[in-house]
Design a protein around this ligand. Structure first.
Ligand code: GLN
Length: 483
């Protein structure tokens, strides 16, 4: 059976529906459902209608591609020329970029239809989207639960089908973890496979744009449309030619299971669901091997030192002069900058800037930042060693399922623990996918993570495709969202 994107694309190409009509349907769903979910922080319906007209012209000329005419959403940290891009921060309120991110430019040129910008943690710092200046989005599977984060609005929009698909960004898990919490598919490509040009920087050595989708097939289609080297992002790399093949053949596939990902803090139900998924691969002829990843114990600390250090530097540019918000009532320029940053940034962002400034300061640089850089090498080397004998790794995406809104906002450290299974992937610049593998007794989705070698993105997607096809996991939406 075809996924959402292929189904819509076939309807468009056969003339059963026009892109303008499809776009109007999505707009009316957004009007009804978004007030419940707070998934969009900006609706770009004029842009959508313009895009749909362009798409319909392409279809008429027989020039339609896989994504032509299909309505989608962008996380609010991806720059859109002339369209407000705020990172869900007061600091960037009213900021309209003067250029398009490469990913948006690529999608626009093939006739993709932009419905709006989605909710996220402020500057992508968080794991529940609750640090958004616009309030937390809600999980379409259960409205009392968080969506995960930071690409929470993107995941919620895709799951509720108020966007056919979406793009998010993943610095330490922000595409995969919300996908797992909302029952969607989230793919973080190899670092460098997708251009970061126009992605507002959080931690540049870890940031990566990736798709949130309704199926693995959709994720592969989107990945193919956005990947490739870009001269405007010096860290981007060429990727394999042609389209990603999803044969879903796992016979003889060497699967590693790193036991450290299943240790303390991982819910029993999550553990059992992942183990059941591993059995499915085994029954289909994959070879399962337990592997050791001792560096796991330092990964979270390494991540939070590196991301805060990079964030403190990247966010130095918000001075009230060049972008978005500027405080009123100040005596001199120093006071203006201090007031702007004091009022413009939220609590979590300030905490990270301070932590980052601390670990980079002379006297502490060697003890924290330099040590974290060295440990990054060790983590990467451990993965390389494992991948000598394994094709992919299977792990949970997060230790728990979606938690209650407001349930963890009191403790940052507790919130940081939610990232323990996702951050090692960013540290080592690997590709990984999150896809639903079970539904708990409470009705919440559990995500399975598949991690691959650098630039072996195709194999990650194909291995995930196998599971999706065989397991047929269905994650129902809550009744308020079912229309
Ligand atoms: N939760 C992690 C953090 O707060 C990851 C966020 C992300 O990937 N953008 O940094």
């Amino acid at each position: 059976m075809s996924g959402r994107i292929k189904t819509l694309s076939d309807m468009l190409k056969k003339g059963e529906i026009s892109s303008a009509e499809l776009t109007r349907r999505y707009i009316s769903r957004i009007e009804k459902i978004n007030p419940l979910l707070n998934a969009y922080v900006l609706k770009t319906f004029d842009e959508a209608i313009r895009g749909a007209e362009y798409a319909d012209a392409l279809i008429k000329q027989g020039k339609a591609g896989a994504l032509t005419g299909i309505p989608f959403a962008l996380k609010d940290n991806i720059c859109t020329d002339g369209i407000e891009t705020t990172c869900c921060s007061h600091m960037l309120e009213g900021f309209k970029p003067y250029y398009d991110a490469t990913v948006w430019q690529k999608l626009k040129s093939v006739g993709a239809v932009l419905l709006g910008k989605t909710n996220m943690d402020e500057f992508a710092m968080g794991s529940s989207s609750e640090t958004s200046y616009y309030g937390a989005p809600k999980n379409p599977v259960n409205l009392s639960k968080v969506t995960g984060g930071s690409s929470g609005g993107s995941a919620a929009a895709v799951k509720a089908d108020i966007a056919a698909y979406s793009l998010g960004s993943d610095t330490g898990g922000s595409v995969r973890q919300p996908a797992s919490f909302c029952g969607a598919v989230g793919f973080k490509p190899t670092y460098g496979a997708v251009s970061r040009y126009g992605l507002i920087a959080y931690a540049s050595s870890l940031d990566q744009i990736g798709p949130l989708a309704d199926s693995v097939e959709d994720a592969a289609i989107i990945y193919d449309a956005i990947r490739g080297q870009d001269r405007r992002d010096s860290t981007s790399c060429p990727t394999a030619d042609g389209v990603t093949k999803l044969d879903g053949d796992v016979k003889g596939l060497k699967i590693g299971v790193p036991e450290e990902f299943f240790s303390e803090g991982v819910d029993e139900e999550v553990k059992k669901s992942i183990e059941a998924a591993i059995c499915l691969y085994e029954r289909a002829g994959a070879k399962i091997k337990k592997v050791k990843f001792p560096a796991m114990k330092v990964a979270l600390s390494v991540y939070y030192i590196l991301c805060c250090a990079e964030a403190s530097s990247n966010l130095g540019r918000y001075d009230g002069i060049r972008y978005g918000f500027r405080a009123k009532d100040y005596g001199d320029i120093d006071e203006m900058i201090v007031k702007t940053r004091t009022l413009g940034f939220g609590k979590e962002v300030k905490r990270r800037i301070m932590l980052g400034t601390y670990v980079l300061s002379s006297g502490y640089y060697d003890a924290y930042y330099k040590k974290a850089c060295l440990l990054r090498e060790r983590i990467t080397a451990e993965f390389d060693e494992i991948f000598k004998d394994c094709d992919v790794l299977l792990t949970p995406v997060a230790p728990t399922t979606a938690f209650d809104i407001g349930g963890r906002s009191a403790s940052s450290v507790q919130a940081y623990l939610a990232d323990v299974c996702t951050v090692p992937v960013n540290i080592a610049r690997l590709p990984a996918i999150s896809l639903p593998c079970a539904v708990t007794k409470e009705g919440l989705p559990v995500g399975l993570q598949i991690i691959g070698r650098r630039f072996d993105d195709g194999r990650v997607l194909s291995s995930a495709y196998f599971f999706e096809r065989e397991a047929c996991v269905k994650v129902p939406l809550c009744k308020e969202v079912q229309l």
